[in-house]
Design a protein around this ligand. Structure first.
Ligand code: GUN
Length: 284
């Protein structure tokens, strides 16, 4: 049986550190870090994520500003709100929950967020800074994965890393962060010729595609580190990842569960980024 990497526990430790640093920051600057979260429409999963972000903010001592907008909101109105938040000194971080309704151009919205307040690190200026290794913020989910790997005492240098999925939110930045830590990185996607063979090469395998139980035991090298970013429902409506946990956990050396693996880390890293944004604003 693989060693379980406990994301819940590690995320609580990170949130505890952010909370302590925040108290110190508030005492020294008189400024309370503030995160504005925008939700357009009423996607049930997004509503839960946004609620969890608000709870986490209050728990670490931040101000939380929630903007829940109807699904019909125009792109111009949404960008108008972002411009107001960009100019508001009590707001240090701005997050617009994705996906957005189809009539809104996600790129235009992400591009409207001030790069200094872009706690998702989705703005092209921040993406570029990550590429060259000179960044203020790292995207929350890949940063959370790196923290899980570090906390488990696993070194990435020289390891064969395979990332399955090439999204802008997870796959691409994940590959870059593993490269920064001197991993030898392969990115797999829907056109990859032999996914199973690529995955079997991996010392560190990160699955981020959104397909329930795509990664089966025959695709995993004995003793590999398996990180599951997926958050899906199986045929019985039960929460599951991209990895067939019960079979793969018999073969892997380390594995993250779903839930309780990567998920809680995303919010912990968002708290970390918001505190960083507040520090930047105050030249702290
Ligand atoms: N939707 C799913 N994950 C994320 C995320 O990390 N940030 C934002 N803004 N939206 C998301």
């Amino acid at each position: 049986m693989a060693n379980l990497i406990n994301g819940k526990e590690i995320s609580l430790r990170v949130r505890g550190e952010v909370k302590a640093e925040t108290a110190d920051f508030i005492q020294k600057t008189g400024t309370v870090p503030g995160l504005a979260v925008i939700l357009v429409g009423d996607d049930p999963a997004s509503k839960i994520y946004v609620g969890n972000k608000k709870k986490a903010c209050l728990e670490v001592g931040f101000n939380s500003f929630e903007h829940i907008l109807p699904a019909e909101t125009s792109q111009a109105d949404l960008i108008g709100l972002i411009e107001k938040l960009n100019a508001d000194p009590s707001v240090h971080g701005i997050l617009c929950q994705l996906p957005l309704p189809k009539h809104i151009d996600e790129r235009a919205v992400i591009g409207a967020i001030s790069p200094k307040k872009d706690v998702d690190a989705f703005h092209p200026a921040n993406v570029g800074k990550i590429m060259i290794g000179d960044y203020d913020f790292l995207p929350c989910t890949p940063a959370g994965v790196m923290e899980l790997i570090r906390s488990a005492g696993i070194s990435v240098a020289g390891k064969k890393c395979v990332v399955v999925g090439r999204s802008n939110i997870v796959g691409k930045p994940m590959a870059m962060l593993l490269l920064h830590e001197n991993g030898t990185v392969t990115i797999c996607h829907s056109k990859t010729k032999d996914l199973a063979a690529e995955c079997r090469e991996a010392d560190i395998l990160v699955a981020a595609v959104g397909k329930p139980k795509l990664i089966t035991a025959d695709m995993v090298k004995e003793g590999a580190v398996v990180i599951d970013v997926g958050m899906n429902r199986d045929e019985n409506g039960k929460l599951c990842g991209d990895v067939d946990f019960s079979a793969v956990s018999e073969k892997a050396g380390f594995i993250t569960p779903v839930p309780g693996g990567v998920g809680p880390m995303t919010i912990a890293m968002l708290m970390k980024n918001t505190l960083t944004a507040a520090k930047l604003a105050k030249n702290y």
